[in-house]
Design a protein around this ligand. Structure first.
Ligand code: FES
Length: 90
């Protein structure tokens, strides 16, 4: 279990108002698609995804492949799904 999963609230874990913060769409999509495995690469993947979506709200698979970092766990398919999910909610 990932450390952050322990903080999930509700089915999607969208926000934790007790802590006074809400997750951004990319973070929500990451949890919704259950992207992370070991989590080592995930902060970089999420930041790259957020930067991509800031300039391109409808990225293609090719656009997404260009920004992905190496993931030893091979979460690439779930990363693509999460980015598209985030794009659909922004
Ligand atoms: S989730 Fe393990 S390296 Fe990406």
């Amino acid at each position: 279990m990932h450390a952050y999963r322990g903080r999930r609230r509700g089915k999607e874990g969208h926000d934790d108002r007790r802590l006074g913060w809400r997750r951004w769409p990319v973070q929500q999509a990451w949890l919704g698609e259950d992207v992370a495995q070991c989590g080592f690469c995930q902060p970089g993947q999420i930041m790259q995804a957020a930067a991509l979506l800031k300039s391109n709200r409808n990225p293609s698979d090719t656009d997404i492949d260009k920004i992905m970092n190496v993931c030893r766990c091979g979460t690439y398919c779930r990363i693509r799904k999460a980015i598209k999910r985030a794009a659909s909610t922004m």
